[in-house]
Ligand binder design. Structure first.
Ligand SMILES: [Zn+2]
Length: 388
């Protein structure tokens, strides 16, 4: 193993071994490890924590000029079942690192760190500033993580989020998401005497059928796909011989850039208002669609990829990453993962070591492009493990 490879493996493995499972997170477990790593590259460190156990740790290096934030999250989802090894003890086997968080998002943190380290070593006088952020709470609500960071005034000129998209597909936009709950209120009665009751379930199912027929707004950016509804949760009744007095359904609607959550909400509200029965409509969660406005940023990344022999396409995702929060806060952010097959949230999650090395090369090239560093001034040693 060369020096770069062993450092990648060491950082990813160390992080996997800290049990930082959301919703509790406990990202503080990694705090001193990360702080030491940031110090090793002479980064200035700041910690932003709404809750001491859930810190966001920020490493900062550079000076005035254009800034770039690279943000990875340090929390992971629960192990679940089906693991062949201990999910919280990294195992290196057949060119892969196995463990919860390997690809989502501890491995990508190791990659980002090594790319930054290489860049600042080769270009110590680069003009601009890099923020490398270890975020908390991404797998839960982002309340202690990116939301807290941005609420506290964190700013940068652009962002790279190694937590979505694919190795050869760059995520440049994400749909909006509106999760709604419709409650239906009826009147309980014996099933044999249903004329004395009002069936909350029947009333609700007719709403569901009508929502399926809704014509969603058609004025949207055609890089995005249509609005889609998924009915995800349904509850009604307790026993067969009784008319259910209460029922509810929850749905998840994903809509394209150009359509607002208020428009989508109004459509559903219109259906509910025109159905027989008594209902309550409630928003549980919502985000707006976004599309990265900074075309130059996208081009820079695509060009950097070309330099390392990777042909990158841009894509729009229906899922949401923290890039949404960054973009909404005026920090145009692109999203990229180091692999094309993504065993995220699965048992036996892994990251390929080769892909990590390749991605370090790509990010390193991207930093060069972004900060406009053309010539290696203080460059003395060859880069280990990287062909550029
Ligand atoms: Zn993630």
């Amino acid at each position: 193993m060369d020096k770069l490879t062993s450092e990648l493996v060491s950082i990813a493995s160390s992080l996997i071994n800290y049990k930082t499972v959301s919703p509790d997170g406990n990202e503080y477990l990694c705090r001193s490890y990360l702080t030491k790593k940031f110090k090793d590259v002479r980064m200035k460190i700041s910690v932003l924590a709404k809750n001491k156990r859930r810190p966001n740790i920020i490493g900062e290096i550079g000076n005035s000029g254009r800034s770039l934030v690279i943000a990875c999250h340090i929390d992971v989802v629960a192990a679940g079942s089906g693991w062949r090894t201990d999910p919280f003890k990294a195992v290196v086997k057949n060119g892969r690192i196995y463990g919860r968080g390997a690809i989502d998002d501890k491995g990508p943190f190791a990659i980002s760190y090594c790319a930054v380290k290489k860049f600042v070593r080769d270009y110590p006088d680069f003009k601009g500033k890099i923020y490398l952020v270890a975020l908390a709470d991404e797998e839960a609500d982002n309340v202690y993580g990116v939301k807290y960071l941005l609420k506290n005034g964190f700013k940068a000129d652009a962002g790279l989020i190694p937590d979505g998209g694919y190795f050869s597909k760059l995520d440049i936009g994400e749909k909006g998401c509106l999760q709604l709950k419709i409650e239906s209120f009826g009147k309980q009665a014996h099933s044999a005497l249903d004329e004395y009751g009002e069936n909350a379930l029947s009333n609700l199912t007719s709403i569901v059928e009508k929502i399926k027929l809704v014509k969603w707004p058609q004025k949207f950016d055609k890089k995005f796909s249509e609005t889609k509804v998924n009915f995800s949760l349904f509850h009604a009744g307790e026993i067969a011989n009784t008319v259910p007095p209460y029922a509810y359904v929850q749905m998840d609607i994903r809509y394209p850039f150009g359509v607002g959550s208020d428009e989508v909400f109004k459509k559903v509200k219109g259906v509910v208002a025109n159905c027989a029965g008594k209902f309550k409509l409630k928003t549980i969660y919502k985000t707006e669609p976004h599309l990265v406005k900074d075309r130059a940023l996208i081009k820079l990344f695509v060009r950097s990829a070309k330099k390392v022999g990777v042909d990158i396409k841009t894509i729009i995702l229906a899922g949401n990453s923290v890039a949404k929060e960054f973009n909404e806060a005026g920090i145009p952010s692109i999203v990229h993962y180091p692999m094309d097959h993504l065993p995220i949230h699965e048992p036996n999650e892994y990251i390929e070591i080769d892909s990590m090395v390749k991605t370090v090369g790509l990010y390193y090239e991207f930093f060069k492009e972004y900060f406009g560093v053309k010539y290696k001034k203080r460059y003395s040693r060859p880069l280990e493990g990287i062909k550029i």
